[in-house]
Design a protein around this ligand. Structure first.
Ligand SMILES: C[S@@+](CC[C@H](N)C(=O)[O-])C[C@H]1O[C@@H](n2cnc3c(N)ncnc32)[C@H](O)[C@@H]1O
Length: 368
């Protein structure tokens, strides 16, 4: 039996069934055996690829987006650039390079990485220029305490999709939480809580859903976004969230496991397969607005990148490229922006304080 498997069996025997959120938290973040805690899962040899790993253009566009925000903030002498879940640090590296084009911005920038994985922190440390004296933190609240009221620029790419969700299934007596329990021969299995949970946990728009519908909520993600929105609305700044997900409340089981670029059973390889869910952008928008932030989007990632000028950037790169590189740049541009690839399912939402004007990339009819 694999180590995390046996740990989970012991845990369930001792404490009773785990929620889906409890299972995700262990599978991804268990100190010793959690998926992100022990390895680098990215790239062709890993389990999945993300936008910044596909092309430098993605991080560069995010860097330029934040550069315009810094200028629109009146170029503060000190700005804290924070990334949540920075993976290999590739996006931050590309964004920082693009931000160099704006005079004075690099000198003003203080870099903060919010990362739970020791394995990924090591890789990030190799990729982020040491002269910027980046800081690493376990939680966003730790950053806010340290910087004490200074304005921020924040990035979260494929961070919210990795946070634990709770799932509920509608039955005739109400919404029952989906749980992970054990079969007679001590294998992990999905069950339903015998007693329904309070309906107020489920978004009101879903209360009339058909029997057997599944609703997901992400309390951890909501709390993180609330903290960010409260900080930004009070102290100033802008944040950008890019992820795959839907822009309306909806039902359905979106939890999926990925190993070596193939889908697998969510219970099959805890700690050795990535687990993600679709982000509910409508809920994130509601949370951010309730906490005082101004929200832009979500819009499709393709529309956002095109508004920021990714085609022009691709042309500039191509002008200096050989034939193979040209093919790669064209393929990456297509993958990042085409509706049938990442252009539509992946969405971008921004959050700013109420005074920040001139936010670019969202003045579009193309919301899908
Ligand atoms: C899917 S990866 C995305 C990486 C990167 N943003 C990219 O686009 O390549 C998720 C990242 O979030 C980190 N992460 C997941 N849950 C976290 C948490 N609760 N606190 C801090 N980091 C977390 C992971 O270790 C990893 O770096």
């Amino acid at each position: 039996m694999k180590t995390l498997d046996s740990y989970l069996v012991k845990l369930i025997k001792a404490q009773g069934p785990l929620s889906i959120a409890g299972y995700m938290a262990e599978a991804l973040g268990n100190d010793r055996h959690g998926y992100y805690m022990k390895q680098d899962p990215f790239g062709a040899k890993g389990d999945f690829t993300t936008a910044p790993e596909i092309s430098q253009m993605f991080g560069e566009m995010i860097g330029l987006w934040h550069a315009t925000n810094w200028l629109n903030m009146g170029s503060p002498a000190e700005i804290h650039l924070i990334e949540l879940g920075p993976g290999r640090g590739t996006l931050m590296q590309d964004a920082l390079r693009a931000m160099k084009v704006v005079h004075g911005l690099r000198e003003a920038t203080r870099v903060h990485m919010v990362e739970m994985s020791p394995a990924l922190r090591k890789i990030q440390q190799q990729n982020i220029p040491a002269e910027l004296t980046p800081h690493w933190h376990n939680r966003i609240g730790d950053v806010f305490r340290q910087i004490d009221g200074a304005p921020v620029l924040l990035i979260a790419n494929e961070f919210f999709d990795a946070l634990p969700v709770r799932q509920f299934q509608k039955k005739d007596r109400g919404w029952h939480e989906r749980l992970i329990s054990l079969t007679q021969d001590e294998k992990l299995t999905l069950t339903l809580a015998p007693v329904p949970s309070p309906e107020k946990l489920i978004p009101a728009a879903l209360h009339r859903a058909e029997e057997d519908s599944i609703a997901e909520i992400c309390p951890v993600g909501e709390n993180i976004l609330m903290e960010i929105s409260e900080y930004i609305s009070k102290h100033g700044g802008a944040g950008i969230i890019a992820d795959y997900g839907h822009d309306r409340h909806g039902t359905g089981d979106t939890l999926q496991a990925l190993k070596s670029h193939e889908y697998c059973d969510i219970l099959q390889d805890p700690g050795d397969a990535d687990l993600t869910t679709h982000v509910n952008f409508q809920r994130l928008k509601e949370v951010a607005e309730e906490a005082g932030g101004r929200v832009y989007g979500p819009v499709g990632q393709g529309a956002f990148l095109k508004h920021l000028g990714i085609d022009a950037r691709a042309n500039t790169l191509m002008a200096q490229a050989n034939a193979t590189q040209k093919k790669d740049i064209t393929a990456a541009l297509h993958r990042l922006t085409d509706k049938a690839e990442m252009g539509h399912l992946f969405k971008v939402m921004a959050l700013t304080d109420a005074n920040l004007g001139g936010v670019i990339g969202f003045s579009t009819d193309e919301h899908k």
